[in-house]
Design a protein around this ligand. Structure first.
Ligand code: ATP
Length: 350
């Protein structure tokens, strides 16, 4: 089993050895993980890794071939989708176009035939939470993309499910609204106290919102951890590459260090088969530039990218396929074409 490094408080969802195959494709391959009560949890991975299939299995639109799904101690697999105490928000959060914002949010509660004054109170509260009180009488076409998104969220949380499943909830929004909505989604989750499980292929999005995340690849869980742990202590090379930028060196283990052909022995502990081929991964912000020095990795500055607060210097190292990236704060003082040395402390390697 994949290690779950962070201890969790009260488990809400337990996914145990779940597999799902479509013909020759194994969409989920023995997936086990536990999601805590009140947690903001992200399922992260590249296209086709199985994250939507897992979400659909929790929702009840997909039956696992093997394994168990438990919510609050109750077996889910035997429950039909509409009986599960959860709500699902899809990528295309179709609102009713002829209804007002208020009407859209009230709809689910009206279906449950709750008393009118209770519906009014709960809709009022949730519109307040998502900052749409002033828009209550508008129709969806009179709203911006971000506002429509908030209506969809209000509609999803107003029924107070134990669990809200969100499939790429922000993908329809442009970049700026998107990063604003990431903050809002996080705040909303804390305010309503509902467990959120968000599917995304965007690692920055998952990192910025989630308390913990599961990284999936080829239907298998690679790591379940906090964003910081996945970045600082990735469980394997896939996670190291997928989360954040990294410099990766391939070589052979010699005396507990990594020996790279044509470069020499690198500082830090390699990942992989300690007796043979292995890799060393160092983050760009841990990689330091200096004047050429005997015994250090050397290269030529190929490119400098300025991002405002930070600059990224790309260095071509002979014998190394990808340029080595070095992130420095502010404006770079080295120039393109300069010969530099690259160094990091032994404990900087992830
Ligand atoms: P994306 O980000 O592109 O939506 P994903 O990580 O959500 O990808 P899934 O949609 O879960 O991935 O799909 C996992 C694998 O299972 C893919 O190879 C996909 O083609 C396959 N798959 C999913 N649903 C079906 C289906 N109903 N029939 C056949 N194959 C399917």
């Amino acid at each position: 089993d994949v290690e779950q490094t962070t201890p969790i408080s009260k488990p809400l969802v337990e996914i145990r050895h779940v597999s799902r195959r479509f013909g020759s494709v194994t969409a989920l391959d023995d997936v086990s993980l536990t999601i805590a009560e009140n947690e903001f949890f992200a399922l992260l991975g590249p296209s086709g890794c199985g994250k939507t299939t897992l979400l659909r299995a929790i929702a009840g639109f997909e039956r696992p071939d093997e394994g168990a799904l438990v919510l609050g101690g109750q077996d889910l697999v035997s429950l039909p989708p509409h009986k599960r105490p959860l709500n699902l928000m899809f990528q295309s959060y179709a609102l009713f176009p002829h209804m007002t914002v208020e009407g859209n949010v009230a709809y689910g509660l009206e279906q449950e035939k709750l008393p009118k004054n209770e519906i009014r109170r709960r809709v009022g509260e949730v519109l307040e939470t998502v900052g749409l009180t002033a828009m209550a009488r508008r129709r969806p076409h009179q709203l911006s993309g971000g506002q429509r998104q908030r209506v969809a969220l209000a509609r999803a949380v107003v029924k107070r499910p134990k669990l809200l499943l969100l499939d790429e909830p922000l993908s329809a929004l442009d970049r700026k609204v998107r990063s604003q909505m990431q903050l809002e989604l996080k705040r909303l989750q804390q305010e309503v106290g509902i467990t959120f499980v968000v599917v995304t292929h965007d690692q920055e999005e998952a990192m910025s919102m989630a308390d913990r995340l599961a990284v999936l690849a080829n239907g298998r869980v690679q790591q379940v951890a906090t964003p910081v742990e996945t970045y600082r202590r990735p469980a394997n090379l896939f996670v190291a590459d997928f989360i954040g930028d990294s410099n990766r060196f391939a070589g052979r283990v010699v005396d507990g260090g990594l020996h790279v052909e044509g470069v020499g022995l690198l500082p830090g502990h390699p990942v992989g088969d300690v007796s043979g081929d292995a890799h060393l991964v160092v983050r760009p912000e841990e990689t330091r530039l200096g004047p050429p020095e005997a015994g250090r990795m050397e290269g030529q500055v190929a490119e400098i990218q300025f991002f405002g607060g930070v600059s990224t210097v790309a260095v071509d190292v002979p014998g190394h396929a990808d340029p080595v990236l070095c992130a420095i704060s502010g404006v770079s003082t080295v120039e393109r074409g300069a010969t530099v040395s690259l160094d990091w402390t032994a404990d900087a390697a992830v």
